[in-house]
Structures are given as C-alpha cells and as structure tokens.
Design a protein around this ligand. Structure first.
Ligand code: BTN
Length: 257
C-alpha cells in the first residue's frame, strides 16, 4: 500500500486515501477500513484487482489499464438525505456519463440502474454497498475500462463490454482522468443533495434502455417488455402486455442490440 498521488488530495473532495498495486477488491477493502475512524471521503484505488466484485454474485474482471476504485463517503455530509439513497447509483452513473461527455466522448449513455454504456456496450459498472456498523457511510465502487483493451476477451464479453481505448484508439493518463472524475462526482452528488428535481430530466436523456425490448428479472420473477424510460423517483418504467409496470430493483437484459 502507498500514498495517493498528492494532486488527487489537493484537487478533489477527498480527505484521505490509499493506493495499491494489487488488491483482491477495493470494495472489500473499503468495507473493512470503513468500519474504523478514517477521514471521509476516502479513496481506495488499486491498479489491479484479483477478485473484483460486481452486483449480486457477479465477478468484475478487468485487465491491466482499467481504473478500479472505491470511495467511502457519508452522503449526509454532501446534503443527501437517506430517503434519496436509492437514487445514488443513477447519480453516480450520471456523473460518469457527464465526465465522459465533457471529454468529447460520443455515444455515452446510462444503463439503468448502475452501468455506463459506450457505443451500446458496457464500459463502466458501479457497485454501492453499505458499511456494517456505520449506517451513515456508503462504499461506492467504480470500475471503468479505460486503457484495457477487450479485443482479446472471449466473444461473449466482447459482445457486451468495451473500453475507451478500443473505441477511441487513444490511451488516457489515469491520475488526471481520476482527478476529473472525482471533481465531477463531487459536483453531481452535491447538486443531488441540493436540487434533486434537476435529475429526472438528465436520467431520461441519458437512458440507453428507452424503447428497447428487455427481460426484467427481480424477486417476482422474469418478464419481457419495452422500456418506457426512467421515472422521476428513479424506477424503471416498462410496458408489459398487461400494462405499465415499475421496477425499483432487479436486472435488465436487453433482447436486441
Ligand atoms: C457491476 O457491474 O456489477 C458493478 C461492478 C463494480 C466493479 C468495481 S471495480 C472497483 C470496485 N471494487 C470491486 O470489487 N468492485 C467495484
């Protein structure tokens, strides 16, 4: 473990953090250190993860050159009330989309509830977890395929995922990239606390799923339908044969490209 590059602390909302050349999972480490007394927001950044985790029982695999990190923070200190926490994964996705759009990267969209898509393939996943014994804290894990090409990945991964280097044919220096992304996260999360009504129009514009045929799976089972968009409260609106239904959680699998 080493210190973070100094600029990251000076130029962002971070109060502390650590850098690892290799770690099992930045989110697992965040859940451990997050139970103790640490300065927040606190960043855990790893160059490589041996056991990256996704939602549910999924693993998050990323080769060298990916950006993988977790931020521990107290949403309340950014003005975000507990009732707003369900909207946080969409907010984090919004910040990532806006950051990539600011870099003039085209065709960046939000895939409900917690992915970012580039040219209709997943480029980033977000995993938000609560910290045991510290109900005021969240661990926000983010994995972005930046300089790691997926062109040699198995075909089923290539069909679903991509990276910035594969689409843009250019690499990015990770320290300035992460600095800019943290600055965007700070301003988007602060705005979410102050003016949550500004977000539903952003979600509607960014929603990659709107108009697509999907299979939705949640605790009630699986259904297929057409996505109508994201509701003001962050739920996914889906037209089913029997009428419109709302989903507040679950997995969504597009049935067409
Ligand atoms: C998903 O798509 O299901 C979420 C993927 C989240 C991956 C990131 S990589 C950094 C952080 N550490 C982990 O183990 N997972 C998250």
């Amino acid at each position: 473990m080493t210190d973070l590059p100094a600029g990251l602390l000076q130029q962002t909302f971070l109060a502390g953090g650590e850098f690892h050349y290799e770690l099992n999972s930045t989110s697992t480490r965040a859940l451990e250190v997050g139970a103790g007394d640490i300065p927040l927001p606190y960043l855990i950044w790893a160059e490589q993860q041996a056991a990256g985790r996704g939602r549910g029982h999924n693993i998050w695999w990323a080769g060298p050159g990916a950006l993988t990190f977790t931020i521990l923070l107290s949403p309340q200190s950014l003005g975000i009330a507990p009732a707003q926490w369900p909207g946080l994964s969409l907010c984090v996705g919004t910040a990532i989309c806006q950051f990539l759009q600011r870099m003039q990267i085209p065709d960046v969209r939000l895939k409900w509830p917690n992915d970012v898509y580039l040219s209709s393939r997943k480029v980033c996943g977000v995993l938000i977890e609560s910290v045991a014994c510290r109900p005021d804290r969240l661990a926000i894990g983010i994995g972005i395929n930046v300089n790691n090409s997926l062109l040699n990945a198995p075909p089923e991964i290539q069909q679903r995922a991509t990276s910035l280097v594969d689409v843009l044919s250019t690499t990015h220096s990770l320290v300035p990239f992460l600095t800019g992304l943290l600055q965007e996260l700070d301003s988007v999360l602060t705005l979410f606390g102050r003016a949550p009504k500004e977000f539903p129009p952003l979600w509607r514009d960014l929603c990659w799923l709107t108009g697509r045929q999907v299979r939705m799976t949640d605790v009630r089972g699986s259904v297929t339908g057409t996505v109508l968009g994201i509701a003001d409260d962050g739920a996914l609106r889906v037209r089913l044969p029997e009428g419109e239904s709302r989903f507040v959680s679950g997995t969504v699998e597009p049935l067409s490209a």
